[in-house]
Design a protein around this ligand. Sequence first.
Ligand SMILES: Cc1ncc(COP(=O)(O)O)c(C=O)c1O
Length: 408
Amino acid sequence: MSSFNWQSIKNDFPILDNSRREKPLVYLDNAATTQKPLAVIDKVDEYYKNYNANVHRGVHSLSVKATDAYEGARETVRDFINARSVRELIFVRGTTEAINLVASSYGGSKIKQGDEIIVSEMEHHSNIVPWQLLAERAGAKIKVIPINDHGELDLNNFPAMFSDKTKILAVGHISNALGTINPIKDMIKEAHKHNVPVIIDGAQAIPHSKVDVQDLDCDFYAFSGHKAYGPTGIGVLYAKEALLEAMPPYQGGGEMILRVSFDDTQFNDIPAKFEAGTPNIAGAIGMAAGLEYINNIGLDAIATYEHELLEYALERAADHPQLKLVGTAKHKASILSFLYDGVHAHDIGTILDCEGVAIRTGHHCAMPVMDHFGVPATARASFAFYNSRADIDALFKALDRVKEVFKL
Ligand SMILES: Cc1ncc(COP(=O)(O)O)c(C=O)c1O
């Protein structure tokens, strides 16, 4: 086991302080949302206590300070994903809004009757439904990259899926339902051979692995602050500058214009063109604090430690013949999706909760994945860097309780 100091890290997260609880909490629902360190909570608190003001609008010093912090957050994001320029980064509500923005603005202007959109079978609903809505409006067609029984993308036929009608490829970096890490760099290369732009849903990748948008050469990359130790209600759309310049605005309102008249309204420069209305200022500042927190630990150390946790969990799972993994990809993030001897996932979740272990149960907003495996739901434990082997032991101890209750 690496010398990763999860205990000292855990102390940074007030919600994980079990001395303040009646019943100890083992939090294993990190793919749904991560807990927040004091560094994030304090930053948000400091903004509201000391310099709450609207951004980009006031000449008074509070507004200048808020604007500096908000735009400073954009620079932190730029550095985190190695974007060329802050002009390529739009603050949005989260991954869902980022994908809807691209489907609506880019898709709405480029995708026409008879065109094709490629998505994969393992996508989160937020990377399926916006494309379906667009396809319905435009008269376009969705093509689906299938998955195999390990929960990996079956790319045998992938190059042949492209035609001159293909207008975009939308694919997840890491599956939230299966943990599969997709070979997105190769997929982007293939799509570009056909002059097809690519949007990557990076919701599950950003907190766990180094993402370099220039190295990936993706056209769009979407993620949420709350899955990376930041607040809810804030996220990022990265897009190549030339694409953003050419795209029409997504929403109209304040801040996204240079001049408004009834004859001729002119839009603001990017990124403001895509940020209509008062933004989530505290959210952006808090999200940047979350990314800085990750940077301070180091993504390489995080990835190594979380992989060790996954290996340990898989070792423990092998001792439970009742447990069947859903998602056994060769390249896998620290997500364990499973079935347990016919017991409904919600019953597993409820019993585990009584033992203080918080996991996710259900379809994980990935119903096509559930359909593929012929199940309505799975139980899912997902690990973060503040988890430990002891947390995994607690998970399996709680699963023993499931065995007892259901007399398995
Ligand atoms: C892979 C993936 N994509 C998209 C989303 C949607 O993220 P949000 O609800 O933060 O917009 C999630 C959330 O679980 C996810 O796991």
